[in-house]
Design a binder for this molecule. Structure first.
Ligand SMILES: *Cc1c(COP(=O)(O)O)cnc(C)c1O
Length: 383
């Protein structure tokens, strides 16, 4: 008999640096008198992240969504953008705010990323870009996507909210595509409380993004672009510099937790762990499983609710599908018959608690709960 966990556990817990280090940093910022607008901390974080992520050009934002929104604007896209229905709402909402129409493409049933083999069929004369997401840290088929984009003269933008510091065959993930967005929200591996960045190849975009995130103000008398306010402030940037010092240690802890989950769940039928493929490095962002109702004996929704009785608060990432949002539902590409793998995944995925402080004992207990849930079903069928 497995008993509930003593304290509730959630999917994630923000990475928080030493309070003394943060206090010192904040004091320093307050004493400097500059709280935002391209201050010392922002410049320092920009340079540090460029080195850490191995990118030539990087621009910081007050959150990832506004980074993506303004990044799409900076690329001057028009018409239709081919994207995935299996993502966080922000991905497609960034298209909406640019008056771009999403064209939903089905996903690969293994990686749950956009299915690169289905992209070409969706290209029309209105298509201007492909917006793909490296879902749960699994990289997309970047080479195939690049090939298609070149052939049809399309831009490629990646929502890389889950892949901070990931690599593909040794290459930094943001070296693929025209632009990659990172999110530094508190729930992400690296955080600036709220925050985000764009990494990009074209040097010319630097100036444009600087303008777009600061009302399009060229100087105190000239407004040259229709921008927004999307600047990261000094406290966010300073906090981020402290968090960054703790990221490698967190990665190691998450590595061990992942191993513990993998061995604890390995022998339970009907559970598939979504993990990186050969040659890819893990982002250690989420630990996600797929539950096959027939083999496991219980549905994902049943498991989700049952886990709560044990004080385990998992999340149905991603649910619902973006193609089911009311304002997209009538699009031809949003019809369920075109998106069979996405519709299957959205009913099966479950994101389990995953953060450094979770502890291996807790992971073990969670795996035992899964064994129990499965065994119960077996007992039922015997009755
Ligand atoms: C977190 C997340 C975002 C949004 O990032 P914010 O920094 O919270 O604006 C976008 N896309 C995906 C896939 C995410 O997980």
């Amino acid at each position: 008999m497995v008993v509930p966990l003593e304290n509730p556990v959630y999917v994630t817990k923000p990475l928080i640096p030493a309070v003394s280090a943060v206090t010192e940093k904040i004091t320093q910022i307050l004493e400097s008198g500059q709280l935002t607008n391209n201050g010392t901390q922002l410049k320092k974080l920009t340079e540090t992240l460029k080195e850490y992520l191995e990118v030539d050009h990087l621009s910081l934002f007050n959150n990832g969504t506004l980074g993506l929104l303004l990044g799409l604007k900076a690329l001057d896209l028009e018409g239709e953008v081919i994207t995935t229905p299996f993502t966080f709402p922000a991905t497609v909402q960034a298209l909406d705010w640019n008056h771009l129409t999403p064209v939903f493409c089905d996903i690969d049933p293994v990686t749950l990323n956009i299915d690169a083999d289905k992209i070409e069929n969706l290209i029309t004369e209105k298509t201007s870009a492909i917006l793909a997401v490296h879902v749960f840290g699994n990289p997309c088929e970047v080479e195939k996507i690049e090939y298609i984009a070149r052939k049809h003269h399309l831009k490629v933008i990646y929502d890389g909210a889950h892949v901070f510091g990931s690599r593909i065959k040794g290459r930094p993930i943001s070296s693929f595509g025209d632009m990659t967005m990172f999110s530094f929200h508190a729930t992400k591996l690296f955080n600036t409380i709220e925050g985000g960045a764009l990494a990009f190849r074209d040097k010319e975009l630097n100036k444009k993004l600087e303008l777009l995130k600061n009302f399009g103000l060229l100087n105190s008398e000239e407004v040259v672009l229709s921008g927004l306010n999307a600047k990261m402030n000094e406290i966010q940037a300073g906090f981020g510099l402290e968090v960054l010092k703790t990221v490698e240690k967190e990665r190691k802890k998450r590595h061990d937790i992942k191993k513990a989950y993998q061995s604890g769940l390995a022998d339970i039928p009907g559970i598939r762990i979504i993990t990186e493929l050969e040659g890819e490095s893990s982002s250690y962002q989420y630990f996600v499983i797929e539950i096959n109702e027939v083999e496991f004996g219980r549905s994902r929704d049943w498991v989700h609710l049952e886990l709560e009785k044990y004080n385990v608060f998992a999340r149905k990432y991603f649910y619902p599908l973006c193609s089911d949002f009311e304002w997209y539902r009538n699009l031809e590409s949003a019809q369920a018959e075109h998106l069979p793998s996405a519709h299957k995944a959205v009913k099966q995925v479950l994101s389990l608690p995953y953060y450094g402080d979770l502890g291996l004992e807790t992971v073990k207990s969670i795996c035992q709960i899964f064994e129990e849930m499965h065994v119960n079903q077996k007992t039922m069928t015997q009755l």
